[in-house]
Design a protein around this ligand. Structure first.
Ligand code: ATP
Ligand code: MG
Length: 420
């Protein structure tokens, strides 16, 4: 077995506390999203490779380096989802949902990317996110950002976040800008990084995103995207900024924010934190008005964002707002072996009443009380021969140390009060 006993690099077992932390993120997000009319959906974790390869574009990091793809036994090329948007748009088209726009959905689940594992960067990670199809209005962008913010606030993350905002304009804007940018960098090609020379040919806008020092120095003198905004693009961005103001949402403009994916248009945004080191982006999204058509559907506007669940959970932990791990309410303790059957009967009755009950399976009363204490239960219900004869139960409150005897029939009714 050797190596096979380790999880694959970049993957993790989610043990109880981690799972609880992730579940807290997902369920909080889902609850807030439902207030905005987003119902949860899911798509398969794998799709025909084309779904991601065609849509993410040949120059995105995700497609060039990060997909888990394989040929299945039927000879189909399959890819594990590296993100949800393309899969959801595929589902939107294949399920004929185009007649129900504006259409909204919330999702949560695992995504897979072959990346160099490090803190905040895994090969199987989890995302939550939302998509809104068929609403081209700038207010839709504002609402979507507001939803992201409200989720982060509901998670107790108010103080360590920055909303960064940019507009990529429409297709016309970007075509004009691409020409200007290509012209500029063509003159400075010798000073560009190797990666950016490739980008210059395939997707020059991505040079704006470069982390290379030399590229960044060149960028200072580069033409600016906003100089090429069409009236429509300018109006969309102005109205979005106005709407964010009306919603009371603060942001900073970041003209360098272009996002890795090729299908964005108009609005792009990221919510970043200074609390997670290099992997500081917790939520990222934008408008992708061309995507549905690119995938073979009708011309349909689209916008969405995704957030990394692991990063959110770490951020919650780093800021001391961690959710308490789930606890058992009650331990039922048989005081002698002869009380075992009655203890099980009581435990089952209480579980059917909705209480979380542990019984410990084996050991004497002392051992089981120790286990109960370790589990953090609030009450131990002790049942021995005396109690069985008298039709009672002894209740020990771990928090106060108090002990009392209750009639067996009223115990369930009394527990609700005692557990408060
Ligand atoms: P980055 O610049 O960090 O690589 P990205 O642009 O690849 O991010 P998106 O595709 O926008 O990220 O994914 C949305 C969110 O999912 C990210 O902001 C991050 O919180 C999370 N995320 C992305 N990749 C990973 C990963 N490999 N491990 C953990 N979380 C991730
Ligand atoms: Mg990435």
């Amino acid at each position: 077995m050797g190596q096979a006993l380790q999880p694959v690099r970049g993957t993790h077992d989610l043990l109880a506390a981690d799972f609880a932390a992730q579940l807290h993120v997902v369920s909080t997000a889902q609850k807030v999203a439902s207030r905005y009319g987003y119902a949860r959906i899911d798509t398969p974790i794998f799709e025909f490779s084309e779904v991601f390869h065609r849509t993410l574009g040949d120059t995105s990091d995700i497609v060039t380096k990060e997909t888990y793809s394989f040929t299945d036994k039927g000879g189909e090329s399959i890819t594990l989802r590296p993100e949800f948007t393309a899969a959801i748009v595929r589902a939107f088209i294949s399920n004929g949902l185009q007649q129900f726009t504006p259409w909204k959905c919330f999702y949560a689940g695992p995504a897979f990317r072959y990346e160099r594992p490090q803190k905040g960067r895994l090969r199987q990670f989890h995302q939550i996110g939302v998509e809104l199809l068929g609403a081209a209005e700038p207010e839709a962008d504002a609402e979507m950002i507001a939803l992201g913010m409200q989720i982060l606030h509901a998670l107790g993350l108010k103080d360590h976040l920055t909303l960064e905002l940019n507009s990529l304009g429409d297709a016309e804007t970007r075509a004009a800008y691409r020409t200007a940018l290509t012209g500029y960098f063509a003159q400075h090609k010798a000073k560009l990084s190797a990666d950016s020379v490739t980008r210059l040919e395939k997707n020059p806008l991505r040079i704006l995103d470069s982390k290379d020092e030399g590229d960044r120095a060149l960028l200072a003198g580069a033409p600016r995207l906003e100089e090429h905004f069409t009236d429509a693009a300018q109006h969309h961005f102005d109205r979005l900024r106005e709407a964010l103001g009306e919603f009371g949402i603060a942001y900073v403009l970041n003209p360098r924010l272009v996002r890795g994916l090729d299908y964005y248009s108009h609005t792009v945004f990221e919510i970043t934190t200074d609390k997670l080191g290099a992997q500081g982006t917790v939520l990222a999204g934008g408008r992708y008005d061309g995507l549905v058509k690119l995938m073979g559907g009708n011309d349909t506007a689209g916008i969405g964002w995704a957030a990394g669940v692991e990063r959110l959970a770490s951020l919650i932990e780093a800021t001391g707002k961690a959710a308490a791990a789930p606890r058992m309410d009650i331990a039922v303790i048989p005081m002698q072996e002869t009380a075992e059957a009655a203890a099980w009967e009581l435990a089952q009755a209480l579980r059917h009443e909705g209480f979380a009950v542990d019984i410990g399976f084996k050991g004497n009363a002392k051992k089981r009380l120790e286990r109960a204490n370790r589990l953090g239960v609030k009450l131990a219900l002790m049942l021995g021969e005396d109690e069985i004869r008298a039709g009672t139960v002894s209740v020990k409150n771990f928090a106060t140390g108090a002990q009392e005897t209750l009639p067996r029939e009223t115990v369930a009714a009394n527990l609700k009060g005692l557990l408060k």
